[in-house]
Design a protein around this ligand. Structure first.
Ligand SMILES: O=C(O)CCC(=O)C(=O)O
Length: 315
């Protein structure tokens, strides 16, 4: 494998290297429920190649690109075929509005064919051993140049239902770490070094405490490694591949160093018989400012992550 210099959050890092190693797929375990849970509990993630039909993912990608094109000029580069998803040089931060919770796009035929298709339903039914449901709210992202997601756990955003909740991250197209891929800190869900993080930060409900900020613990992956341990891992994903992980696995993304828009979506899965976080069930209106939270109101945002970290005794 060629070694490339990429960016994980704010850090330049070589991939693959000891700082950022390749994720390991678990396709050989498919159908073996106990083995899948063992893998998920040990590593904190399941990488499944070809979960979705590749052609269906590429069609969903085109649907999202069509939506971006319809937003008007200065989004996609007019001199290039819109199907390639090349960003206009003027399209910077905020140029493409958030698609999170936009059911009109995420529940369109082409997109829901993969996000709510028979394959993930069958997979999660086997995994949970019962009928499953997925949140109506989908975290669909169109990520511009240089942008990335900082290190966090999902529990801080969606802890008001069952803890038996899993995230499935689906890139809409082939996804090289240079365009922005999900990375996990392997073992962060269970290693003793993360105990203090999980008894403080991971217990927070960012909306409840009126957090002023994104809910990310840090934008620097080595803040995690040096303070708590774990091993950062990512991979080159192909259309159809997915990454699944639980609410306490620390994850982030590599930065988009290309001129292409990175399109991906995180969906959430749980046993149908258990309570779902009510904020993510139903239909949603686009929330221009706080796209992340389905139900956020206009409450003032008072506490910052820096203040919380100081209180907990973290750097
Ligand atoms: O796609 C991203 O940049 C972040 C995704 C994420 O944080 C998640 O799937 O929970």
């Amino acid at each position: 494998m060629d070694v490339k210099t990429i960016k994980l959050g704010t850090r330049e890092v070589e991939f693959p290297s000891d700082k950022l190693q390749p994720l390991e797929a678990c396709n050989h375990l498919l159908g073996d429920r106990d083995a899948l849970w063992k893998e998920l509990n040990e590593k904190g993630y399941l990488l499944i190649r070809g979960m979705h039909n590749r052609e269906d993912v590429l069609k969903a990608r085109l649907e999202v690109l069509k939506t971006i094109k319809k937003l008007g000029p200065e989004k996609l580069d007019n001199s290039r075929p819109w199907e390639d998803g090349v960003l206009d040089h003027r399209c910077d931060h905020g140029c493409i509005p958030s698609f999170q919770g936009r059911n009109d796009i995420t529940h369109s035929e082409a997109v829901s064919k993969i996000l709510e298709g028979p394959r993930p339903f069958a997979f999660f039914k086997t995994l949970f051993g019962e009928t499953v449901r997925t949140f109506d709210y989908k975290w669909l992202r169109a990520v511009h140049r240089q942008a990335f997601t900082g290190a966090h756990v999902d529990n801080v955003y969606m802890s008001r239902g069952t803890p038996n909740l899993l995230t499935m991250w689906t890139p809409f197209g082939d996804c090289d770490p240079t365009i922005g891929c999900l990375a996990v800190s392997e073992g962060s869900n269970r290693l003793p070094g993360f105990d203090k993080l999980h008894s403080t930060y991971s217990q927070v409900d960012v909306e409840d405490i009126n957090l002023n900020g994104s809910g990310w613990f840090t934008t620097d992956p080595f803040d995690i490694t040096y303070q708590f341990g774990g091993q950062w891992k990512t991979t080159k994903y192909e259309a159809g591949d997915v990454l699944i992980f639980g609410m306490n696995t620390v994850h982030m993304s590599t930065a988009n160093l290309t001129d292409l828009v990175r399109i991906s979506c995180d969906t959430r899965w749980q046993p149908a018989s258990e309570p779902a976080d009510p904020r993510y069930v139903g239909d949603f209106k686009p929330t221009a400012k706080f796209g992340l939270y389905a139900s956020v109101g206009s409450k003032p945002r008072t506490v910052t992550m820096e203040e919380l970290k100081a209180k907990w005794g973290f750097q």
